[in-house]
Write a protein that binds this ligand. Structure first.
Ligand code: XMP
Length: 598
């Protein structure tokens, strides 16, 4: 929860009490569990694993999430063992099951082999969360450790070919464990399993519909603002737009001010879209600050991705500080509005990187001062992204604003690749080594390596991973999908971020987004970055990379195969664009690559 003074100070009066608490043992799926529970209409919140049992007595049920640790490792996350003896039903998922087994007298050990991905669940006893589920069921697994002996009082409810205890339970004490993940879409009976736990075992009642929370949110805003005015920096993204609109409704346009910084690094039409949309919302005190010349000048001659990021971050901070000071927004009659959403308010291992990439937006000194003195309103701090979208729909915010893909803070700067020198493409291992490097992630560290181009689109999408495992000089594999010149004849050119290249990138990006939206493809994926590479020929010095990906949270991602007709259409348009030599298709998952190229 946020510090006193924020919206959450009023949670006792205006917020619901959670029926279900998810204890976060560090897995990337902990928020997915809470989201799924809420989708079933039951209000759930996430808490730290060490939360004392006494603080959880009033809830209807507890879910212990999965996590990357091993129960036998030193300092691995644990829960208060008293949880299991207070007559509140508990469901342990993956690591949560291991903890339950470990703490209650069963046995967990490292499996002979891991079990990752799809598995077939054999239901032995259709009881507890498995009630009404029988035969073989497709489930999603991700574990190496295995429960080999259930604790006294428990029975085995299901198994798979490699996992002897895929589900276990003690019906008398209402304690259950699942090795598989009911919260992921790939687990066929996932919804049924969770609903059984919530409604049959815990006796939950439906109490959650984010749209019905709007009057309560508005009241929270009025209380937190306490007669003062609210100032927002908006990005044009979903969260800050919805948060701003809620404040407008709660306080009226005179008391809600906002500013949008145009860095000149945005997509085609973005600034105009923000202007039109905020006018439509009825914002009267909304400014667009044009800082594009400043950003472009400061990026002149810069090639290294980390330097780009640093410069953009510093400029952002300086400009935000100027705006805050010039408008006297740090005076005592102002509070700061932010579009912070629920996962951002929870400390958890899985989001450590997300915290880092957002630092430069939220840690301006003036902002820090407002936060420290409790002068902050975060109307969406209770909600997940999908819920924010539902609220936005209820508020009749245009759908094109709500269904947008995530877009990085440093914007097109990290999609406009730069190069120091002219170097020819080199033939290697049945393909080509491109003379540009991009960022990747292997293990826990970032890599900065060359990209490898296959001359064709492979039918086997395992091939890129195998190539990267085999050749340590590359971290990314692309396919050549259309080109004016045979790839062997291309070269990299010395190039940085210029208005000309940004304009080219804006044009190709707009074309790709338009075609992807028209075909409905954009609704099936998480994000569709389009990257400009300084690789080509003298008259066509740049190439374009298509990077459609699917993901749950951006931490890991899969490269996605797009329909042939869409790909052909995109290639045709891009090859007609001035200055564009070749179209590449990025086939690499994250890891080993990242989503952005930088
Ligand atoms: P990577 O490239 O690390 O990106 O795989 C993961 C997700 O984060 C987005 N991203 C950012 N978002 N500020 C942001 O708000 C940033 O600096 C930033 N860098 C990357 C990226 O678009 C992807 O969705």
């Amino acid at each position: 929860m946020k510090q006193a003074g924020g919206v959450s100070r009023y949670t006792e009066n205006l917020s619901l009490t959670p029926q279900i608490i998810v204890l976060d043992t560090g897995g990337q799926y902990c928020h997915l569990i809470a989201r799924k529970v809420r989708e079933l209409g039951v209000y759930a919140e996430v808490r730290a694993p060490e939360t004392p049992a006494a603080a959880l007595k009033a809830v209807r049920g507890i879910i212990i999430s999965g996590g990357p640790a091993s129960v036998y490792e030193e300092n691995s996350p644990s829960v208060d063992p008293a949880l299991f003896s207070m007559s509140v039903p508990v469901l342990g998922i993956c690591y949560g099951q291991h903890l339950m087994a470990h703490l209650l007298g069963g046995r967990v050990q490292k499996g002979d082999q891991g079990e990752y991905g799809l598995a077939y669940l054999d239901v032995i006893a259709p009881k507890g969360p498995l009630r009404g589920i029988s035969g073989k069921q497709r489930v999603w697994m991700s574990h190496r450790d295995t429960t080999v002996a259930v604790p006294p009082g428990f029975e085995v409810l299901a198994q798979t070919s490699t996992c002897p205890v895929a589900a276990m339970g003690d019906e008398r004490r209402k304690l259950f464990g699942l090795q598989f993940h009911p919260e992921v879409a790939h687990t066929q009976p996932g919804g049924r399993v969770l609903a059984n736990f919530l409604f049959d075992i815990c006796g939950c009642v439906e109490d959650w519909d984010p749209r019905q929370r709007i009057p309560a949110i508005e009241e929270q805003i009025r209380q937190a603002a306490a007669g003062r005015k609210v100032f927002f920096f908006v990005s044009g993204g979903v969260d800050s737009t919805v948060a701003f609109d809620l404040c407008l409704r709660a306080l009226g346009p005179e008391r809600v001010h906002g500013a949008y910084v145009d860095t000149g690094l945005m997509r085609e039409g973005e600034t105009e879209l923000v202007r039109t949309n905020f006018a439509k919302l009825g914002a009267r005190n909304f400014r667009i600050v044009d800082a594009s010349a400043e950003f472009l000048t400061s990026l002149a001659g810069v090639v290294e991705p980390e330097v780009k990021r640093q410069i953009i971050g510093e400029h952002f901070v300086a400009i935000q500080e100027q705006i805050l000071q010039s408008g006297h927004y740090t005076d005592s009659d102002w509070v700061l509005g932010q579009g912070t959403i629920y996962p951002d308010t929870i400390e958890s291992g899985g989001t450590a990187k997300a915290d880092k990439i957002k630092t430069h937006h939220n840690r301006v000194a003036g902002i820090q001062k407002l936060i420290e003195s409790g002068r902050i309103v975060e109307p969406l701090s209770q909600f997940y992204k999908d819920e924010v979208r539902e609220i936005g729909r209820q508020l009749e915010i245009p759908e094109e604003m709500l269904s947008r893909h995530p877009f990085p803070g440093p914007a097109l700067a990290i999609r406009c690749l730069c190069s120091r020198e002219e170097t020819p493409v080199r033939r290697a291992h049945d393909g080509y080594l491109l003379p540009v490097r991009s960022v990747g992630v292997q293990g826990d560290s970032r890599t900065y390596r060359a990209a490898f181009a296959l001359p064709y689109l492979p039918s086997d999408w395992q091939l890129p991973t195998e190539l990267i495992n085999r050749h340590s000089e590359i971290n990314r594999v692309v396919a050549v999908v259309a080109t004016h010149t045979p790839v062997g004849g291309l070269r990299s050119f010395a190039a940085t971020i210029t208005e000309e290249r940004l304009e080219r990138l804006r044009r190709v990006d707009a074309a790709v987004q338009r075609l992807s939206q028209a075909s409905g493809f954009d609704r099936t994926i998480w994000q569709f970055p389009v990257i400009l590479l300084p690789v080509g020929t003298l008259d066509r010095p740049d190439s374009v990379v298509l990077r459609p990906v699917d993901s749950v949270d951006g931490m890991t991602a899969e490269a996605v195969r797009m329909p042939d007709a869409l790909l052909e259409h995109i290639c045709r348009e891009l090859l007609e664009t001035e200055g564009v030599s070749t179209v590449f298709y990025d086939l690499t998952h994250k890891p080993p690559a990242t989503i952005e190229w930088e």
